[in-house]
Structure formats: structure tokens, C-alpha cells
Write a protein that binds this ligand. Structure first.
Ligand SMILES: *Cc1c(COP(=O)(O)O)cnc(C)c1O
Ligand SMILES: [Zn+2]
Length: 394
């Protein structure tokens, strides 16, 4: 059902350095806060005229939250129908392991098969609004496909730099969407180096995680949707497979915005970051905040979205875990594969390896008594398992 969107305005006020709070103007082409070499954060001037009760009449995509998103003119929205994904009761797994309220926010139905669609729909829409024509991105897989698709829709050029080891389907989709695809040896940080070289030679707008201010605004809509779908009662725990940290930080940002607007009351959920044992900078930083990068040898993971060795927003990830009373833990590659198969067999959903890591983490958290079996738990399945099948088959 398509419902006309009301004539309303974005409440965005400015961008702000995440460390020193210096303001950056909206009409300029901003990347990150050069004052402190940190991400930029969108700030809003919330209005009491926006009532959450209106949301029920709106379009069934993440764009229903238009007022609290950064796009100024609706005609600049580049949408493929992203967001408003289902919150599914994992009743069989819940029964099997003794959880009474186990829910999964299933992002696999998004355009291009992952929640990256949210961030890239937002970033490409803003890029269109700012007159950008050439976009470039280093990616572990899903972000590249999403950027290529939204650039296709927007009529913009896209260049995607991806690790050579990524499964073929991630490369094929980029080419199908008309992107220029460049393969690099190593992980996403090696792709980022290649992007830096290409930018020095040509005119590209860089859509790297947190080096562009608006992907975060797309990802935060998951937080709004979780609240709305639970009738504005937040869960006890959110378990999130973390790579660059956009989703974790974005959901946390959404909760604070909703508190400010009076849409929800505390307490807020504990935020849990899950990573692969092969590449776990966030878990290392959780235990060793200052020297986590020492003697660190990151390796690839079947959960390629988690293989982000040096997240640019590490401070904000640490902040989210700390201020939510959260936790961070690793899962092995074997557990991840077993997790995909278990959820498929029990629940009939072929989740991504990243989502499977989050599922397996829940079992560890229960054993360690960090969560109770009666807690309301929301696990994020960030993508579709279909894209990973070549590495998952028995
Ligand atoms: C990118 C990605 C992640 C990690 O996302 P962040 O929000 O940047 O931490 C997790 N799962 C999948 C499927 C991804 O593509
Ligand atoms: Zn600053």
C-alpha cells in the first residue's frame, strides 16, 4: 500500500565533530571532522509538532521518519523500498534454549540483501542533493553492492573497491548495477588505501564508513523501527554483529533522539557487539581500550562484514558499549557456520554469517549470565545468507 507522505520538513540543524562538537555547515560537502580527525554527527532541532502517533499513516519504508533524517528535499530521495523490516519471533530456538522473548530484526529483505541499503540510500540521496556525480567506496562486500544499486537509481557513477577473497556474488552484483569494480589483496583497510590513491588522481566522493556523515542516519532508522514495532517499549538487550560500528552507534543515537523527543522512556537496552575471532578489534578494545591495535593480526572471516580491522569510529563504539552497560565478545568461524545452518533448519530463515555470529553470541551470554532467559532480546540479522552460499555449502 502506498500512502502519500505529508508535507513536512527535516529538523536537521548542523553537523558536529563527534569529539570537540565544532559545527560544520549542511550546505557544504562534508566528509569527516578535520578538526579532530573524527566522524561528523548530524544534529537536529526537534519539534514538538512531530508526534509518533502519525507514523502509522505513513509509507512503509525508513523514509517515514523524514523529519528526523537529513535530506532537505523529498525529490532528492533515492529509494528502493529499504527499511521497515520484520521483527520475527524466534519461537523454536527460544523453546529449544529456554528463552521466552527472543526476537530477530531481519534485515535480509532489504534491497541488495542487507541493511547496508539503509545507509547507502541515505548517503546517495544526500550526495544527489549536494550535486555529486562520482562515488567511490571501499567495502567488505555488502556496502559496495548497495552503493552501486543506489547510484544506478540516482544516475550517478560508482566505483567499488573490494577484497579479492570476497564471494563472487558480491562482485557480480556490483557489475550488474553498472559499477566499476576494483579488486585488492587483503581486507577492507587495504581497499581504503587504494581508494585514497584513486581519490588523489580523480574526482570522487568517498562513501567510506563514518567518513561520510549520512550513512549513520540511514542505519539509525533500525533503532526507530525496533521502538515502533515494540510499541515504544525498548528491549532489554540488543545483540549486534559489529564491523565498522555504524549500526551499533546508529541504533544508540536513535534511542537518544527518541528520549529527547519524549517518544520513549528509559532504561535503554544493553548494547552487545559481536565479532569474529579472526578479526575482533572492538572486543580487543573492550578489554584493552588504549593498546588494542598492538600485535594485532587481522584475518578474513566468512562473516566478511565483520572483518574491519581498524574502525574509524572506535571511540563512539566504545562509548556505546560503555554507556549502555554493554559487552563485546567473539565467535569462531565454526560456530558462525553452525549458526547459519541451525537458524535455517529451525526457523526457516537463511541468515547471514554476521547474523549467525549474533545468534551464537546469545548462547554464550546466557551461559555467562550476562543475559537472563526472560530478557527481551533483539538480535540483528544484518543480511541475507543467500549471498554467502558458495562459502557455506557442506
Ligand atoms: C557491514 C555489515 C556488518 C557490520 O556493519 P556495521 O554497522 O558497519 O558494524 C554486519 N553485517 C553485515 C551483513 C554487513 O554487511
Ligand atoms: Zn573536533
Amino acid at each position: 500500500m502506498m500512502i502519500a507522505l505529508p508535507e513536512t520538513q527535516s529538523y536537521i540543524a548542523c553537523l558536529e565533530c563527534s569529539l570537540c562538537k565544532k559545527e560544520y555547515q549542511l550546505d557544504e560537502l562534508n566528509t569527516y571532522a578535520t578538526c579532530c580527525n573524527k566522524p561528523l554527527i548530524a544534529k537536529y532541532e526537534f519539534s514538538s509538532h512531530f508526534h509518533k502517533e502519525e507514523l502509522i499513516f505513513r509509507e512503509h519504508t525508513m523514509w517515514k521518519y523524514f523529519e528526523i533524517l537529513p535530506v532537505l528535499k523529498r525529490e532528492n530521495i533515492v529509494s528502493l523500498g529499504e527499511g521497515m523490516t520484520p521483527l520475527i519471533n524466534l519461537s523454536k530456538l527460544g523453546n529449544k534454549y529456554g528463552f521466552t522473548d527472543l526476537l530477530m530484526k531481519d534485515e535480509s529483505g532489504n534491497p541488495t540483501g542487507s541493511f547496508k541499503a539503509r545507509g547507502l540510500s541515505m548517503a546517495v540521496s544526500k550526495a544527489k542533493e549536494l550535486g555529486i556525480e562520482n562515488c567511490i567506496i571501499p567495502t567488505a562486500g555488502n556496502a559496495g553492492g548497495a552503493m552501486a544499486a543506489y547510484c544506478a537509481k540516482a544516475g550517478m557513477n560508482s566505483t567499488v573497491v573490494m577484497p579479492r577473497l570476497t564471494p563472487a556474488i558480491f562482485k557480480q552484483e556490483c557489475e550488474m548495477y553498472g559499477a566499476r569494480l576494483i579488486l585488492e589483496d587483503g581486507l577492507i583497510n587495504d581497499c581504503a588505501r587504494k581508494v585514497a590513491r584513486l581519490k588523489a588522481e580523480g574526482n570522487y566522493f568517498d562513501m567510506s564508513t563514518f567518513k561520510e556523515p549520512y550513512r549513520l542516519e540511514g542505519k539509525k532508522t533500525m533503532g526507530y523501527e525496533i521502538a515502533e514495532q515494540l510499541n515504544w517499549q525498548l528491549p532489554d538487550v540488543i545483540v549486534y554483529p559489529t564491523g565498522g560500528g555504524t549500526g551499533l552507534v546508529g541504533i544508540w543515537k536513535a534511542f537518544h533522539e527518541m528520549l529527547e523527543m519524549g517518544w520513549i522512556n528509559g532504561p535503554l537496552p544493553k548494547m552487545i557487539a559481536v565479532q569474529s575471532l579472526n578479526c575482533a578489534p572492538v572486543v580487543r578494545a573492550f578489554y584493552n581500550p588504549r593498546h588494542w591495535a598492538d600485535e594485532f593480526e587481522p584475518m578474513p572471516s566468512i562473516a566478511n562484514g565483520l572483518a574491519v580491522p581498524y574502525p574509524f569510529a572506535m571511540d563512539m563504539i566504545q562509548d556505546t558499549l560503555e554507556s549502555s552497560n554493554g559487552f563485546a565478545l567473539t565467535i569462531t568461524e565454526e560456530e558462525i557456520i553452525a549458526g547459519v545452518k541451525e537458524v535455517a533448519r529451525e526457523e526457516g530463515i537463511l541468515i547471514s554469517p554476521e547474523g549467525a555470529a549474533a545468534w551464537k553470541a546469545i548462547l554464550h551470554l546466557k551461559k555467562q549470565k550476562f543475559i537472563e532467559h526472560t530478557d527481551r532480546i533483539v538480535l540483528l540479522n544484518t543480511g541475507s545468507g543467500y549471498k554467502y552460499l558458495e562459502n557455506l555449502s557442506v
